[in-house]
Design a protein around this ligand. Structure first.
Ligand code: SF4
Ligand code: SF4
Length: 248
């Protein structure tokens, strides 16, 4: 039986998610034994840019018109398109200022020439093309990525946590930075999957995995307020990784 064809792509971003895939180390040989990677320019100079794909894994946000066209072409040749990493899923760091005057921002950073650059307000992949699956994280978690690929290969829907970082933090028996130390930790409003990596090291969560669905906003607002943080402060911190529309 032929192996599923896979492409791994990067739009505008830091390439951390593609590196996470390459860093699967001892699992990488198992992975390539099960899938036929046809297009992965970070790892190979021999790519088939026309071949139809069963699965396309795309990292990075859409920040240029070239990104948008490239993404549409990937979508066209792929049966399943997976957004990998917070930039692809939510827009990421680049989306924090997408309501600002773009020309002005470009001029401030690059001078007068900046106004001519191909640059559009950052968009997540789902804002440009239909996306079949999201794997968030900045970068993605190796184990979560491998579990998602295994599920896709079996024809099963990947299972993702639908609970906040706090749940994992409590499972690790950490003392709470928000409740006990009064620090602005975004664990209650951030989707789990990282094993509470930051609070585990006594560092407050900054929400790099993006917002959790179905958070009890009223109850959480009361908890944050009790510790002296209003909704705007929490939203501002979350906005590092997701745009205003999903963090307000
Ligand atoms: S330290 Fe942060 S992630 Fe952990 S339980 Fe407290 S608020 Fe939640
Ligand atoms: S604890 Fe928060 S900031 Fe740290 S890796 Fe997890 S989601 Fe990201």
């Amino acid at each position: 039986m032929s192996k599923p064809t896979v492409g791994i792509f990067g739009l505008t971003g830091c390439a951390g998610d593609q590196l996470t895939i390459l860093n699967c180390e001892d699992r990488l040989l198992d992975l390539v034994a099960l899938i036929d990677i046809r297009d992965f320019s970070m790892a190979s100079s021999l790519n088939n840019e026309e071949c139809p794909l069963d699965v396309a894994l795309v990292e990075g946000a859409v920040l240029t018109s070239h990104d948008a066209e490239y993404l549409k072409a990937i979508r066209k040749r792929s049966k399943t398109l997976v957004a990998i990493g917070t930039c692809a899923v939510w827009g990421g760091v680049a989306a924090m200022d997408r309501g600002a005057d773009r020309g002005k921002l470009l001029e401030e950073v690059y001078g007068e020439a900046g106004r001519g650059y191909d640059s559009v307000p950052a968009q997540a992949l789902h804002e440009v093309v239909p996306v079949d699956l999201n794997i968030s994280g900045c970068p993605i978690e190796k184990e979560q990525f491998l579990a998602a690929i295994a599920a896709l290969l079996n024809g099963d829907p990947p299972i993702y946590p639908e609970y906040p970082v706090c749940t994992e933090c409590r499972m690790r028996e950490n003392n709470c930075l928000l409740i006990e130390r009064g620090e602005l930790c975004c664990g209650p409003v951030t989707v789990a999957g990282c094993n509470a990596r930051c609070p585990d090291l006594r560092v407050p969560c900054v929400g790099c995995r993006g917002p959790v669905n179905d958070a009890n906003a009223a109850s959480l607002a009361a908890v944050f307020a009790e510790k002296g943080f209003d909704r705007a402060q929490v939203a501002a911190r979350l906005r590092t990784f997701a745009p205003e529309e999903v963090t307000a």
